[in-house]
Design a protein around this ligand. Structure first.
Ligand SMILES: Cc1cc2nc3c(=O)[nH]c(=O)nc-3n(C[C@H](O)[C@H](O)[C@H](O)COP(=O)(O)O)c2cc1C
Length: 217
């Protein structure tokens, strides 16, 4: 059935929930992010830690959702397969972008930064804190490669389940681990009425010196 494009074109929300001004913002964007993230959790937003990760190569940009697994003064952390499409693109160009959208709060956060692998020790700590099924899954799936069918995955999974049946923890796969995105730009967007939204951005000018400015919506 064809989608009704007129209906799509008429989908629109008028945002009225909140307002935002430069003087209300904390000096460091990560502190400000932490406040917004806590508010997203308090609002019971499902998967508030889901974020779009954009990578870019000479050939093409690409984007996908990943889950934020930590944030601190250094940046934003997530975990993945280093040999995946994103892993290869990050290797070719470590400049990436993130986007969070918290619809219930009419908020968006955009991050631009440089991405780095975290230590194997930290990756192992996180990897082994995951449910055993997820640990097996990481070993079983050659993420982003073409596979003939689903059976190859379930065969891999079963073989690993047998191999590790007497163990609670699996070792860290050599091609799996965390990344940290160190931001040089973070923008906070608060929806307002009649598309007159509030946008406040932080730009890193020198080590730890963030400039805070308002952008036109
Ligand atoms: C809600 C959600 C959360 C996801 N979280 C992750 C994640 O944390 N790590 C990951 O590697 N893939 C995650 N994925 C899958 C990715 O979107 C993507 O399909 C996969 O990483 C392969 O991407 P790539 O081929 O661009 O490397 C998630 C997908 C969704 C919809």
């Amino acid at each position: 059935m064809a989608v009704n494009n007129k209906l799509i074109a008429n989908l629109r929300e008028d945002y009225k929930a909140k307002t935002m001004d430069v003087q209300d913002m904390l000096a460091h964007p990560i502190q400000q992010f932490e406040i917004w993230f806590q508010e997203a959790l308090a609002a019971n937003i499902k998967e508030a830690n889901a974020m779009t990760l954009a990578t870019v190569t000479k050939q093409s940009p690409s984007a996908r959702i990943v889950l934020l697994k930590g944030v601190d003064q250094k940046g934003f952390y997530f975990y993945t397969n280093y040999n995946s499409k994103k892993g290869k693109e990050i290797k070719a160009n470590p400049k990436v972008a993130l986007v969070f959208f918290w619809k219930e709060l009419e908020r968006q956060v955009r991050v631009e930064g440089t991405i780095k692998k975290i230590s194997k020790k930290k990756s192992t700590l996180y990897f082994q804190s995951r449910p055993k099924g997820s640990q097996i899954g990481a070993w079983a799936s050659p993420q982003s490669t073409v596979i003939p069918d689903r059976k190859i995955l379930s065969d891999n999974y079963q073989a690993l389940e047998n191999q590790y049946k007497d163990k609670d923890l699996l070792p860290l796969p050599p091609n799996w681990g965390g990344y940290c995105i160190q931001p040089h730009y973070i923008e906070f967007w608060q929806g307002r009425s009649s598309r007159m939204h509030d946008r406040i951005c932080y730009t890193l000018k020198s080590r730890n010196k963030w400039v805070i400015e308002r952008l036109a919506p």
